[in-house]
Design a protein around this ligand. Structure first.
Ligand SMILES: Cc1cc2nc3c(=O)[nH]c(=O)nc-3n(C[C@H](O)[C@H](O)[C@H](O)COP(=O)(O)OP(=O)(O)OC[C@H]3O[C@@H](n4cnc5c(N)ncnc54)[C@H](O)[C@@H]3O)c2cc1C
Length: 384
């Protein structure tokens, strides 16, 4: 049986970052991933899944050496962020008013994962593709069984295996959550207009419509709506879908051609505990959030950073100490719960046609736009 200090299960964006940081810091780390990502190639097609990466996450990826690769590959900075309803001007945040060069970047998920994997040092042992078949805990060790590589053991197992976390289930950690009535359609489009410095979200009673810029005349659009409507849209031919998008999105989007699309159900889920014995959860394995404000992976990277800080402050022999893992949970649970509740507040407030709520949110956006210090505070929280 091969033995490690730490085994990370799940080499997506969050898990790969944890494995990389801990391996760089001298721990014996294994990474177990179901699906090996391809090595980056300049001509690879765009990934439909993209994320708005805030400055905190950018600093984390810079520290790990992945950001410089992403800058050489593909990413799109944005300097303005706008939220509005109907034809109202709404609320706009700009990098200038915060004395920043940019507010964030839109980056393809697969590129972030590939950049992290490309930085893996030799001493990080990768087991992939691997199928986990069992997990058990003893007094001194945790054991993971895989179909392809047999039995592995470590002091601590970090589950970064996404929203449906198999490890969370195998360890018997419950979670609390629900499915939202809305789903979302993600569309890759060619745009006639160059609009690469702004990302915007238009609120609509059936769900928001958002534009995330990509390099060149490309953008990612997100159309939130009732499940049935989203599925109907996803089944249309691309020319017909392009017509529907044109009719539903605000005129300022200009002419677009849809080149690809996929739809996703929306779930909220929060693990009842972030740690149990020698298992600890990070990223979507611990919390899935409504993607409305693009915070999911940013929260995951914040988990990763805090967990690594906490683990690296301990003796190498005490990585699974209950006190240590409680310190990680205390710091991250509150921040994650706050963001999840804020997203639910937005969801309820903006997916509603009741006249008092409609008036309140239009007033809210206008007041927030005019209240300089409050606006700066909110934007600093979202961006930095
Ligand atoms: C439509 C949509 C739009 C979004 N937009 C944004 C955005 O703009 N900004 C943002 O911050 N977030 C966004 N999110 C959320 C973001 O995608 C997730 O928070 C993020 O992918 C979570 O990363 P993760 O590494 O924790 O999990 P995942 O990305 O789910 O990665 C899990 C990894 O574990 C592997 N794995 C799973 N099970 C096993 C197993 N049993 N054994 C071994 N390996 C396993 C998987 O192959 C995968 O590589 C969006 C989500 C959706 C649905």
């Amino acid at each position: 049986m091969q033995q490690f200090d730490v085994i990370v299960v799940g080499g997506g964006m969050v898990g790969a970052s944890v494995a990389l940081k801990l391996a760089h810091s001298g721990l014996q780390v294994a990474l177990v991933e179901r699906q090996t990502p391809a090595v980056y190639q300049a001509q690879q097609p765009l990934d439909l899944r993209v994320s708005a990466i805030n400055q905190r996450s950018e600093r984390w990826l810079t520290e790990l050496g992945a950001w410089s690769l992403l800058q050489q590959w593909r990413l799109c900075p944005y300097r303005r962020l706008q939220a509005f309803e109907g034809d109202t001007p709404g609320l706009t945040f700009t990098a200038d008013e915060l004395n920043l060069s940019h507010l964030g970047h839109i980056v393809e998920n697969s590129l972030i994962q590939q950049a992290l994997w490309q930085q893996f040092p030799e001493q990080l042992t990768v087991f992939s593709p691997a199928t986990v078949t069992g997990f058990s805990q003893q007094q001194a060790l945790a054991q993971l069984t895989t179909k392809e590589f047999g039995c592995l053991s470590a002091q601590l197992v970090i589950a970064a295996d996404g929203g449906q976390s198999q490890l969370r289930q195998l360890a018997g950690i419950g979670s609390t959550g629900w499915m939202y009535q809305q789903a979302c359609l993600v569309l890759e489009v060619d745009t006639e207009l160059p609009q690469q410095d702004i990302t915007w979200q238009q609120f609509h009673p059936t769900g928001p419509r958002a534009m995330l810029p990509l390099s060149g005349h490309k953008a990612s659009l997100v159309w939130y709506d009732a499940h049935q409507k989203v599925q109907q849209l996803a089944a249309l031919s691309l020319p017909e879908l392009s017509r529907q998008v044109q009719a539903a999105f605000p005129a300022k989007l200009g002419a677009v051609q849809v080149t690809r699309c996929a739809w996703f159900p929306l779930a909220r889920n929060h693990a009842n505990s972030y740690a149990k014995g020698r298992l600890v959860l990070v990223g979507d394995a611990a919390h899935s959030i409504n993607p409305l404000a693009g915070q999911g992976v940013n929260l995951g990277f914040a988990d990763a950073r805090v967990l690594c800080e906490v683990l690296l402050s301990a003796n190498t022999g005490a990585l699974a100490s209950a006190e240590l893992l409680a310190r990680y949970e205390k710091e991250r649970r509150r921040a994650n719960a706050l963001m999840m509740s804020a997203m639910d507040g937005f969801y309820q407030l903006f997916s509603n046609e009741l006249p008092p709520l409609k008036l309140a949110r239009q007033l809210g956006l206008t007041l927030a736009e005019r209240a300089g210090p409050l606006k700066r505070l909110v934007s600093r929280y979202a961006v930095l």
